[in-house]
Design a protein around this ligand. Structure first.
Ligand code: ADP
Length: 420
Protein backbone atom coordinates (compact mmCIF):
# COMPACT_ATOMS: atom_id res chain seq x y z
CA UNK A 1 0.00 0.00 0.00
CA UNK A 2 1.32 3.43 -0.93
CA UNK A 3 -1.26 5.83 0.42
CA UNK A 4 -3.23 5.16 3.61
CA UNK A 5 -6.37 7.29 3.95
CA UNK A 6 -8.66 7.97 6.89
CA UNK A 7 -11.99 9.61 5.98
CA UNK A 8 -14.28 11.22 8.55
CA UNK A 9 -17.48 10.17 6.75
CA UNK A 10 -18.75 7.54 4.36
CA UNK A 11 -19.58 9.38 1.13
CA UNK A 12 -16.50 11.56 1.63
CA UNK A 13 -14.42 8.39 1.60
CA UNK A 14 -15.94 7.38 -1.75
CA UNK A 15 -15.32 10.86 -3.15
CA UNK A 16 -11.61 10.59 -2.23
CA UNK A 17 -11.36 7.02 -3.55
CA UNK A 18 -12.92 8.17 -6.82
CA UNK A 19 -10.28 10.90 -7.31
CA UNK A 20 -7.43 8.49 -6.53
CA UNK A 21 -8.76 5.94 -9.04
CA UNK A 22 -9.03 8.64 -11.69
CA UNK A 23 -5.38 9.48 -11.03
CA UNK A 24 -4.41 5.84 -11.62
CA UNK A 25 -4.40 4.20 -8.18
CA UNK A 26 -6.13 0.89 -7.43
CA UNK A 27 -8.26 1.70 -4.40
CA UNK A 28 -10.15 -0.24 -1.76
CA UNK A 29 -12.54 1.49 0.64
CA UNK A 30 -13.23 -0.23 3.94
CA UNK A 31 -16.27 0.38 6.12
CA UNK A 32 -14.65 1.10 9.46
CA UNK A 33 -11.23 -0.19 10.49
CA UNK A 34 -10.65 -3.70 9.11
CA UNK A 35 -9.71 -6.61 11.38
CA UNK A 36 -6.11 -7.45 12.18
CA UNK A 37 -6.39 -10.58 10.03
CA UNK A 38 -7.33 -8.57 6.93
CA UNK A 39 -4.79 -7.32 4.41
CA UNK A 40 -4.81 -4.55 1.82
CA UNK A 41 -4.86 -6.91 -1.16
CA UNK A 42 -3.45 -5.39 -4.33
CA UNK A 43 -4.56 -1.85 -3.56
CA UNK A 44 -2.23 1.13 -4.01
CA UNK A 45 -4.43 3.05 -1.58
CA UNK A 46 -6.88 2.02 1.12
CA UNK A 47 -9.50 4.50 2.32
CA UNK A 48 -10.79 3.65 5.80
CA UNK A 49 -14.27 5.18 6.06
CA UNK A 50 -15.09 6.31 9.59
CA UNK A 51 -18.15 8.19 10.81
CA UNK A 52 -16.17 10.53 13.04
CA UNK A 53 -17.00 14.03 11.81
CA UNK A 54 -19.36 15.02 14.60
CA UNK A 55 -18.72 12.48 17.37
CA UNK A 56 -16.87 13.35 20.58
CA UNK A 57 -13.30 14.51 19.71
CA UNK A 58 -11.71 11.87 21.97
CA UNK A 59 -13.62 9.11 20.13
CA UNK A 60 -12.68 10.57 16.75
CA UNK A 61 -9.02 10.58 17.79
CA UNK A 62 -9.18 7.00 19.12
CA UNK A 63 -10.83 5.65 15.95
CA UNK A 64 -8.44 7.56 13.69
CA UNK A 65 -5.40 6.23 15.56
CA UNK A 66 -6.76 2.71 15.24
CA UNK A 67 -7.11 3.25 11.49
CA UNK A 68 -3.57 4.68 11.41
CA UNK A 69 -2.15 1.58 13.11
CA UNK A 70 -3.91 -0.72 10.64
CA UNK A 71 -2.71 1.27 7.63
CA UNK A 72 0.89 1.64 8.84
CA UNK A 73 1.13 -2.07 9.65
CA UNK A 74 0.29 -2.72 5.99
CA UNK A 75 2.97 -0.44 4.62
CA UNK A 76 1.21 2.90 4.03
CA UNK A 77 4.00 5.33 3.15
CA UNK A 78 1.89 8.47 3.58
CA UNK A 79 -1.31 9.17 5.54
CA UNK A 80 -4.16 11.24 4.09
CA UNK A 81 -6.76 12.51 6.57
CA UNK A 82 -9.82 13.24 4.41
CA UNK A 83 -12.16 15.96 5.67
CA UNK A 84 -15.10 17.73 4.07
CA UNK A 85 -14.45 20.30 1.34
CA UNK A 86 -16.41 22.77 3.49
CA UNK A 87 -14.14 21.98 6.47
CA UNK A 88 -17.19 20.79 8.49
CA UNK A 89 -16.23 20.90 12.16
CA UNK A 90 -17.15 22.47 15.48
CA UNK A 91 -15.10 24.72 17.76
CA UNK A 92 -13.75 21.55 19.43
CA UNK A 93 -12.94 19.62 16.31
CA UNK A 94 -12.73 17.12 15.01
CA UNK A 95 -10.31 18.20 12.29
CA UNK A 96 -7.65 19.77 14.56
CA UNK A 97 -7.58 17.11 17.29
CA UNK A 98 -7.40 14.24 14.79
CA UNK A 99 -4.74 15.96 12.62
CA UNK A 100 -2.57 16.63 15.68
CA UNK A 101 -3.00 13.11 17.06
CA UNK A 102 -1.91 11.65 13.70
CA UNK A 103 1.10 14.01 13.62
CA UNK A 104 2.05 13.07 17.20
CA UNK A 105 1.79 9.37 16.43
CA UNK A 106 4.03 9.79 13.38
CA UNK A 107 6.52 12.12 15.11
CA UNK A 108 5.73 14.87 12.61
CA UNK A 109 6.10 18.55 13.55
CA UNK A 110 4.65 20.17 10.43
CA UNK A 111 1.70 19.43 8.16
CA UNK A 112 -0.80 21.15 5.88
CA UNK A 113 -4.57 21.43 5.64
CA UNK A 114 -6.32 22.13 2.35
CA UNK A 115 -10.01 21.31 1.73
CA UNK A 116 -10.00 22.98 -1.73
CA UNK A 117 -11.85 21.22 -4.57
CA UNK A 118 -12.01 23.78 -7.38
CA UNK A 119 -13.91 21.41 -9.71
CA UNK A 120 -16.74 21.49 -7.15
CA UNK A 121 -16.48 25.23 -6.46
CA UNK A 122 -14.45 25.00 -3.24
CA UNK A 123 -11.55 27.46 -3.48
CA UNK A 124 -9.28 29.06 -0.88
CA UNK A 125 -7.77 32.54 -1.17
CA UNK A 126 -5.74 34.20 1.62
CA UNK A 127 -6.99 31.45 3.89
CA UNK A 128 -10.67 32.25 3.18
CA UNK A 129 -12.79 29.34 1.92
CA UNK A 130 -15.33 30.05 -0.82
CA UNK A 131 -18.26 27.82 -1.82
CA UNK A 132 -19.08 28.81 -5.38
CA UNK A 133 -19.23 32.61 -5.54
CA UNK A 134 -19.61 33.30 -1.83
CA UNK A 135 -17.62 32.96 1.36
CA UNK A 136 -18.22 29.72 3.29
CA UNK A 137 -20.09 31.66 5.98
CA UNK A 138 -22.47 33.21 3.44
CA UNK A 139 -23.42 29.92 1.77
CA UNK A 140 -25.74 27.12 2.94
CA UNK A 141 -23.11 25.77 5.37
CA UNK A 142 -23.82 28.66 7.73
CA UNK A 143 -27.11 26.92 8.67
CA UNK A 144 -25.89 23.32 8.87
CA UNK A 145 -27.68 21.59 11.77
CA UNK A 146 -24.54 19.90 13.19
CA UNK A 147 -21.56 21.90 11.96
CA UNK A 148 -22.61 25.47 11.14
CA UNK A 149 -19.65 27.20 9.49
CA UNK A 150 -19.84 30.87 10.41
CA UNK A 151 -16.14 31.79 10.09
CA UNK A 152 -14.76 31.57 6.54
CA UNK A 153 -11.13 32.05 7.64
CA UNK A 154 -9.63 28.56 7.87
CA UNK A 155 -6.49 29.73 9.72
CA UNK A 156 -8.72 30.95 12.54
CA UNK A 157 -11.04 27.93 12.38
CA UNK A 158 -8.18 25.43 12.59
CA UNK A 159 -6.31 27.46 15.23
CA UNK A 160 -9.29 27.19 17.57
CA UNK A 161 -9.03 23.39 17.35
CA UNK A 162 -5.22 23.03 17.62
CA UNK A 163 -2.34 23.26 20.09
CA UNK A 164 0.24 23.97 17.39
CA UNK A 165 0.35 27.37 15.63
CA UNK A 166 -1.46 27.60 12.30
CA UNK A 167 0.00 29.55 9.35
CA UNK A 168 -0.87 30.15 5.70
CA UNK A 169 0.72 29.43 2.33
CA UNK A 170 -0.76 32.07 0.07
CA UNK A 171 -1.82 31.71 -3.53
CA UNK A 172 1.09 33.85 -4.76
CA UNK A 173 3.40 31.08 -3.51
CA UNK A 174 1.19 28.20 -4.67
CA UNK A 175 0.96 29.59 -8.20
CA UNK A 176 4.79 29.76 -8.35
CA UNK A 177 4.85 25.92 -8.23
CA UNK A 178 5.87 22.94 -6.13
CA UNK A 179 9.40 24.14 -5.27
CA UNK A 180 8.07 27.48 -3.98
CA UNK A 181 5.46 25.68 -1.86
CA UNK A 182 8.13 23.37 -0.43
CA UNK A 183 10.36 26.38 0.46
CA UNK A 184 7.45 28.10 2.18
CA UNK A 185 6.71 24.92 4.16
CA UNK A 186 10.33 24.89 5.39
CA UNK A 187 10.19 28.60 6.36
CA UNK A 188 6.97 28.12 8.33
CA UNK A 189 8.35 25.07 10.09
CA UNK A 190 11.49 27.05 11.05
CA UNK A 191 9.21 29.70 12.58
CA UNK A 192 7.65 27.07 14.82
CA UNK A 193 4.39 26.85 12.86
CA UNK A 194 2.80 23.39 13.02
CA UNK A 195 0.05 23.54 10.35
CA UNK A 196 -0.38 25.56 7.18
CA UNK A 197 -3.65 26.23 5.42
CA UNK A 198 -2.82 26.24 1.69
CA UNK A 199 -4.60 28.46 -0.85
CA UNK A 200 -5.86 26.85 -4.08
CA UNK A 201 -7.94 28.19 -6.96
CA UNK A 202 -7.43 25.57 -9.66
CA UNK A 203 -6.48 21.97 -10.38
CA UNK A 204 -3.05 23.30 -11.45
CA UNK A 205 -2.60 24.56 -7.86
CA UNK A 206 -3.51 21.10 -6.54
CA UNK A 207 -1.03 19.44 -8.90
CA UNK A 208 1.75 21.80 -7.71
CA UNK A 209 0.92 20.88 -4.12
CA UNK A 210 1.22 17.21 -5.03
CA UNK A 211 4.94 17.61 -5.69
CA UNK A 212 5.52 19.73 -2.58
CA UNK A 213 3.66 17.32 -0.28
CA UNK A 214 5.60 14.21 -1.39
CA UNK A 215 7.62 13.98 1.81
CA UNK A 216 4.88 14.85 4.34
CA UNK A 217 4.16 11.83 6.56
CA UNK A 218 0.55 13.00 7.02
CA UNK A 219 -1.69 15.68 5.53
CA UNK A 220 -5.25 16.89 6.02
CA UNK A 221 -7.31 17.63 2.93
CA UNK A 222 -10.60 17.38 1.05
CA UNK A 223 -10.64 15.04 -1.91
CA UNK A 224 -9.04 17.63 -4.25
CA UNK A 225 -5.41 17.34 -3.11
CA UNK A 226 -5.57 13.64 -4.01
CA UNK A 227 -5.28 14.38 -7.73
CA UNK A 228 -1.63 15.44 -7.35
CA UNK A 229 -0.29 12.66 -5.09
CA UNK A 230 -0.27 9.43 -7.16
CA UNK A 231 2.48 10.84 -9.43
CA UNK A 232 4.81 10.91 -6.39
CA UNK A 233 4.55 7.12 -6.33
CA UNK A 234 5.27 6.82 -10.05
CA UNK A 235 1.59 6.27 -10.85
CA UNK A 236 -0.07 7.94 -13.85
CA UNK A 237 -3.77 8.01 -14.80
CA UNK A 238 -4.67 4.58 -16.19
CA UNK A 239 -8.16 3.22 -16.92
CA UNK A 240 -7.07 -0.22 -15.67
CA UNK A 241 -7.08 1.12 -12.10
CA UNK A 242 -10.87 1.33 -12.35
CA UNK A 243 -11.34 -2.24 -13.58
CA UNK A 244 -13.85 -4.27 -11.56
CA UNK A 245 -14.88 -7.91 -11.95
CA UNK A 246 -17.50 -8.41 -14.71
CA UNK A 247 -21.04 -7.46 -13.71
CA UNK A 248 -24.09 -9.69 -14.05
CA UNK A 249 -27.32 -10.54 -12.27
CA UNK A 250 -30.44 -8.47 -11.86
CA UNK A 251 -30.41 -4.67 -11.65
CA UNK A 252 -32.19 -2.52 -9.06
CA UNK A 253 -32.30 0.96 -7.58
CA UNK A 254 -33.25 1.92 -4.04
CA UNK A 255 -33.76 5.64 -3.43
CA UNK A 256 -34.21 7.34 -0.05
CA UNK A 257 -32.80 10.72 -1.03
CA UNK A 258 -35.29 13.60 -1.22
CA UNK A 259 -32.89 16.07 -2.82
CA UNK A 260 -33.98 18.04 -5.87
CA UNK A 261 -31.60 16.00 -8.03
CA UNK A 262 -32.89 12.64 -6.75
CA UNK A 263 -36.53 13.69 -7.25
CA UNK A 264 -35.77 14.60 -10.87
CA UNK A 265 -33.83 11.34 -11.39
CA UNK A 266 -36.71 9.24 -10.03
CA UNK A 267 -39.21 11.04 -12.30
CA UNK A 268 -36.96 10.59 -15.33
CA UNK A 269 -36.64 6.86 -14.58
CA UNK A 270 -40.41 6.42 -14.13
CA UNK A 271 -41.05 8.18 -17.42
CA UNK A 272 -38.71 5.85 -19.26
CA UNK A 273 -39.79 2.68 -17.36
CA UNK A 274 -43.46 3.35 -16.39
CA UNK A 275 -44.12 -0.09 -14.85
CA UNK A 276 -40.83 -0.56 -13.05
CA UNK A 277 -41.11 1.79 -10.06
CA UNK A 278 -42.71 1.28 -6.65
CA UNK A 279 -43.21 4.10 -4.12
CA UNK A 280 -42.92 3.45 -0.38
CA UNK A 281 -45.10 5.48 1.96
CA UNK A 282 -43.55 6.47 5.32
CA UNK A 283 -47.01 6.66 6.91
CA UNK A 284 -47.74 3.08 5.84
CA UNK A 285 -44.35 2.01 7.23
CA UNK A 286 -45.31 3.58 10.54
CA UNK A 287 -48.14 0.97 10.74
CA UNK A 288 -45.80 -2.02 10.37
CA UNK A 289 -43.52 -3.96 8.03
CA UNK A 290 -46.19 -4.97 5.52
CA UNK A 291 -44.96 -2.47 2.87
CA UNK A 292 -41.49 -4.04 3.02
CA UNK A 293 -42.85 -7.52 2.27
CA UNK A 294 -45.15 -6.07 -0.39
CA UNK A 295 -42.24 -4.30 -2.09
CA UNK A 296 -40.17 -7.49 -2.21
CA UNK A 297 -43.17 -9.50 -3.46
CA UNK A 298 -43.68 -6.90 -6.20
CA UNK A 299 -39.98 -6.90 -7.13
CA UNK A 300 -39.15 -10.62 -7.19
CA UNK A 301 -41.05 -11.65 -10.37
CA UNK A 302 -39.83 -8.50 -12.13
CA UNK A 303 -36.09 -8.91 -11.48
CA UNK A 304 -33.93 -9.00 -14.55
CA UNK A 305 -31.60 -7.06 -16.77
CA UNK A 306 -33.90 -4.03 -16.92
CA UNK A 307 -33.60 -2.19 -13.60
CA UNK A 308 -36.47 -1.67 -11.19
CA UNK A 309 -36.79 1.10 -8.63
CA UNK A 310 -38.10 1.15 -5.05
CA UNK A 311 -38.24 4.69 -3.72
CA UNK A 312 -39.30 6.82 -0.78
CA UNK A 313 -38.02 9.90 -2.61
CA UNK A 314 -40.64 12.65 -2.41
CA UNK A 315 -40.85 16.40 -3.00
CA UNK A 316 -40.10 18.77 -0.12
CA UNK A 317 -43.76 19.55 0.75
CA UNK A 318 -44.65 15.84 1.01
CA UNK A 319 -41.59 15.23 3.18
CA UNK A 320 -42.53 18.12 5.47
CA UNK A 321 -46.08 16.77 5.84
CA UNK A 322 -44.82 13.30 6.80
CA UNK A 323 -42.27 14.79 9.19
CA UNK A 324 -45.01 16.85 10.87
CA UNK A 325 -47.00 13.64 11.32
CA UNK A 326 -44.21 11.26 12.43
CA UNK A 327 -41.37 13.52 13.55
CA UNK A 328 -38.23 14.18 11.46
CA UNK A 329 -36.13 11.53 13.20
CA UNK A 330 -38.76 8.79 13.16
CA UNK A 331 -39.72 9.36 9.50
CA UNK A 332 -36.05 9.19 8.50
CA UNK A 333 -35.34 6.05 10.50
CA UNK A 334 -38.47 4.23 9.28
CA UNK A 335 -37.54 4.85 5.66
CA UNK A 336 -33.85 4.03 6.11
CA UNK A 337 -34.61 0.77 7.87
CA UNK A 338 -37.20 -0.22 5.27
CA UNK A 339 -34.97 0.55 2.30
CA UNK A 340 -32.06 -1.28 3.92
CA UNK A 341 -34.20 -4.38 4.40
CA UNK A 342 -35.49 -4.11 0.86
CA UNK A 343 -31.94 -3.78 -0.50
CA UNK A 344 -30.97 -6.88 1.47
CA UNK A 345 -34.04 -8.77 0.20
CA UNK A 346 -33.34 -7.76 -3.38
CA UNK A 347 -29.77 -9.04 -3.18
CA UNK A 348 -31.01 -12.31 -1.64
CA UNK A 349 -33.38 -12.59 -4.62
CA UNK A 350 -30.60 -12.20 -7.18
CA UNK A 351 -29.80 -8.50 -7.59
CA UNK A 352 -26.09 -8.10 -8.33
CA UNK A 353 -26.13 -4.52 -9.63
CA UNK A 354 -27.55 -2.07 -7.12
CA UNK A 355 -27.73 1.73 -7.15
CA UNK A 356 -28.55 3.43 -3.83
CA UNK A 357 -29.51 7.12 -3.74
CA UNK A 358 -28.97 9.07 -0.51
CA UNK A 359 -25.99 9.41 1.84
CA UNK A 360 -27.69 8.14 5.00
CA UNK A 361 -29.67 5.65 2.95
CA UNK A 362 -26.40 4.32 1.50
CA UNK A 363 -24.94 3.93 4.97
CA UNK A 364 -27.99 1.95 6.11
CA UNK A 365 -27.99 -0.26 2.99
CA UNK A 366 -24.26 -1.01 3.06
CA UNK A 367 -24.61 -1.98 6.71
CA UNK A 368 -27.61 -4.25 6.02
CA UNK A 369 -25.75 -5.87 3.13
CA UNK A 370 -22.81 -6.59 5.41
CA UNK A 371 -20.34 -5.07 2.92
CA UNK A 372 -17.02 -4.51 4.70
CA UNK A 373 -14.87 -3.40 1.79
CA UNK A 374 -15.47 -1.94 -1.64
CA UNK A 375 -13.13 -1.93 -4.61
CA UNK A 376 -13.60 1.41 -6.39
CA UNK A 377 -14.26 1.43 -10.15
CA UNK A 378 -15.01 3.96 -12.85
CA UNK A 379 -16.85 7.21 -12.24
CA UNK A 380 -20.48 7.40 -13.44
CA UNK A 381 -20.83 11.11 -12.66
CA UNK A 382 -18.47 13.34 -10.61
CA UNK A 383 -18.10 11.87 -7.11
CA UNK A 384 -20.06 8.66 -7.84
CA UNK A 385 -18.10 5.60 -8.97
CA UNK A 386 -19.27 2.00 -9.38
CA UNK A 387 -17.89 -0.13 -6.56
CA UNK A 388 -17.58 -3.86 -6.11
CA UNK A 389 -18.20 -5.64 -2.82
CA UNK A 390 -16.95 -9.20 -2.68
CA UNK A 391 -19.10 -11.54 -0.59
CA UNK A 392 -18.45 -14.77 1.25
CA UNK A 393 -20.16 -16.82 -1.45
CA UNK A 394 -17.76 -15.35 -4.02
CA UNK A 395 -20.61 -13.85 -6.06
CA UNK A 396 -19.91 -10.21 -5.40
CA UNK A 397 -22.15 -7.21 -5.78
CA UNK A 398 -21.74 -4.09 -7.90
CA UNK A 399 -22.85 -1.04 -5.92
CA UNK A 400 -23.18 2.64 -6.77
CA UNK A 401 -23.80 4.93 -3.79
CA UNK A 402 -25.09 8.33 -4.86
CA UNK A 403 -25.21 11.08 -2.30
CA UNK A 404 -28.01 13.66 -2.44
CA UNK A 405 -27.46 16.17 -5.15
CA UNK A 406 -24.96 14.23 -7.28
CA UNK A 407 -25.64 12.97 -10.78
CA UNK A 408 -27.36 14.17 -13.93
CA UNK A 409 -31.11 13.70 -14.44
CA UNK A 410 -30.63 10.41 -16.36
CA UNK A 411 -28.26 9.07 -13.68
CA UNK A 412 -30.03 5.74 -13.01
CA UNK A 413 -30.08 4.57 -16.63
CA UNK A 414 -26.63 6.03 -17.21
CA UNK A 415 -25.24 4.04 -14.28
CA UNK A 416 -26.33 0.65 -15.70
CA UNK A 417 -25.26 1.59 -19.21
CA UNK A 418 -21.82 2.50 -17.86
CA UNK A 419 -21.55 -0.91 -16.19
CA UNK A 420 -22.53 -2.77 -19.35
P1 ADP B 1 -29.39 12.83 0.82
O1 ADP B 1 -28.06 12.28 0.40
O2 ADP B 1 -30.19 13.37 -0.32
O3 ADP B 1 -29.28 13.77 2.01
P2 ADP B 1 -30.11 10.81 2.71
O4 ADP B 1 -30.38 9.36 2.47
O5 ADP B 1 -28.80 11.15 3.37
O6 ADP B 1 -30.24 11.55 1.32
O7 ADP B 1 -31.23 11.46 3.61
C1 ADP B 1 -32.57 11.40 3.28
C2 ADP B 1 -33.36 11.15 4.55
O8 ADP B 1 -34.74 11.35 4.28
C3 ADP B 1 -33.20 9.71 5.03
O9 ADP B 1 -33.15 9.69 6.43
C4 ADP B 1 -34.50 9.07 4.55
O10 ADP B 1 -34.87 7.95 5.34
C5 ADP B 1 -35.49 10.20 4.70
N1 ADP B 1 -36.65 10.07 3.80
C6 ADP B 1 -36.68 9.49 2.59
N2 ADP B 1 -37.90 9.59 2.05
C7 ADP B 1 -38.67 10.27 2.92
C8 ADP B 1 -40.03 10.67 2.91
N3 ADP B 1 -40.84 10.40 1.88
N4 ADP B 1 -40.50 11.34 3.97
C9 ADP B 1 -39.68 11.63 5.02
N5 ADP B 1 -38.39 11.28 5.07
C10 ADP B 1 -37.86 10.57 4.05
Amino acid sequence: MKLGCIADDFTGATDLANNLVRAGMRVVQTIGVPGDDEDAGEADAVVVALKSRTIDPADAVAQSLEALRWLRARGAAQIYFKVCSTFDSTERGNIGPVAEALMDALGCDFSIACPAFPANGRTIYKGYLFTGDVLLSEGPMRDHPLTPMTDPNLVRVLQRQCRRRVGLIEHAVVSAGGAAIARSMEELRAQGIGHAIVDALSDADLMAMGTAFATLPVLTAGSGVAIGLPRNFGIEADARAAQLPPAGGAAAIVSGSCSAASNAQVQAFLQRHPDRGLALSPSALAQGDQPIDAALAWARPRLGDEPLLVYATAPADAVRAVQAQLGVQRAGELVERALARIAHGLVEAGVRRLVVAGGETSGACVQALGARRLRIGAQIDPGVPWCHAPDAAGRGLHLALKSGNFGTVDFFDKAFEALA
